[in-house]
Design a protein around this ligand. Structure first.
Ligand SMILES: NC(=O)c1ccc[n+]([C@@H]2O[C@H](COP(=O)([O-])OP(=O)(O)OC[C@H]3O[C@@H](n4cnc5c(N)ncnc54)[C@H](OP(=O)(O)O)[C@@H]3O)[C@@H](O)[C@H]2O)c1
Length: 263
């Protein structure tokens, strides 16, 4: 079996590649920059752009992991014409028109499909790495926002399982981590895992907006999600364990996998 991984250099896709290789299947990886992709030597690396998909990208491919990028219809049509039988999408638990359009296009293709809809990636906590490394502090608003960060390896494992095995066709898997932690508790978990004392310095939304350097529309979007999570904690879902048969990884386990980023 040959599986195409789009977003193969990304946070989740890179782990999808590794897990498929471990399972012994042939992996083709799509990237716009093969020169910098740094993928394992056994991967068939193909230069390509999902904004202008070619039929060649999909030739000989049986199944595909599809990131939701732009208008996916051309890629899905070409994949289907080339003989691809199954598509596993990476979209999001947060409602988003582009992600919904991707899911619908895949469903309308008539191919087998599984949608992977993660909540907040634990990998987003890498945004705290610089502050933790240099000052031992996280400076953000909404210290009491309760979130359920999910390890990128767990997202990839659910995607890889859905690609490799039967029984996942037509399923939509909303994924979270195994615990609901305030942002302050997440900072403490990272500190515990990496052996540093990490404090949380709570900023007002405006203080954070002016110091973060994040574009206003992204800042507004994040502030809204965080504020909501102070009122309604993000749920803890059992999906990772249900699909994989083992517990989802905690923030502490995630941080232990990223010690080098925080020290
Ligand atoms: N962060 C979160 O908390 C969160 C939560 C839920 C869902 N998500 C979703 O996760 C997705 C991102 O996944 P990720 O974090 O694994 O990826 P990522 O680390 O953001 O990397 C982006 C990937 O997309 C590829 N890419 C970008 N534009 C492309 C194009 N035009 N054609 C082909 N490939 C292209 C890049 O490949 P090359 O550069 O090698 O070409 C790279 O592998 C987004 O859709 C996001 O909405 C994120």
């Amino acid at each position: 079996m040959r599986i195409l991984v789009t977003g193969a250099t990304g946070t989740v896709g890179r782990h999808v590649v590794d897990q498929l290789l471990t399972a012994g299947v042939t992996v083709r990886a799509l990237t716009r920059n093969p020169e910098t992709a740094a993928l394992p030597p056994t991967v068939e690396v193909v230069r390509g752009d999902l904004d202008s998909p070619t039929s060649e990208m999909f030739e000989g491919i049986d199944r595909m992991y599809l990131l939701s990028l732009g208008d996916p219809k051309a890629a899905i049509d070409r994949a289907k014409n080339a003989g691809v039988q199954r598509i596993v999408t990476l979209t999001s638990a947060v409602e988003d028109e582009a992600h919904q359009a991707t899911e619908q296009a895949v469903e309308h293709s008539g191919l087998e499909w599984t949608h992977i809809r993660p909540g907040m990636f634990a990998a987003n906590l890498l945004d705290w790495a610089e502050g933790i490394k240099t000052e031992g502090v996280v400076k953000e608003p909404y210290a009491n926002a309760r979130q359920t960060p999910v390890h990128e390896q767990d997202i990839a494992a659910v995607a890889a399982t859905s690609l490799l095995f039967n029984g996942h066709n037509g399923q939509t898997y909303a994924l979270t981590g195994p615990e609901s932690l305030t942002k302050k508790e997440q900072a403490e978990s990272i500190g515990h895992a990496v052996g540093l004392k990490v404090s949380f310095d709570e900023l007002t939304p405006d203080e954070w907006r002016t110091t973060s350097g994040i574009p206003d529309f992204v800042a507004d979007w994040l502030l809204d999600i965080w504020q909501q999570a102070t009122v309604t904690p993000e749920p803890v879902l059992p999906t990772v364990e249900d699909v994989l048969g083992r517990p989802a990884k905690t923030v502490c386990q995630w941080a232990a996998d990223h010690v080098g980023d925080f020290r």
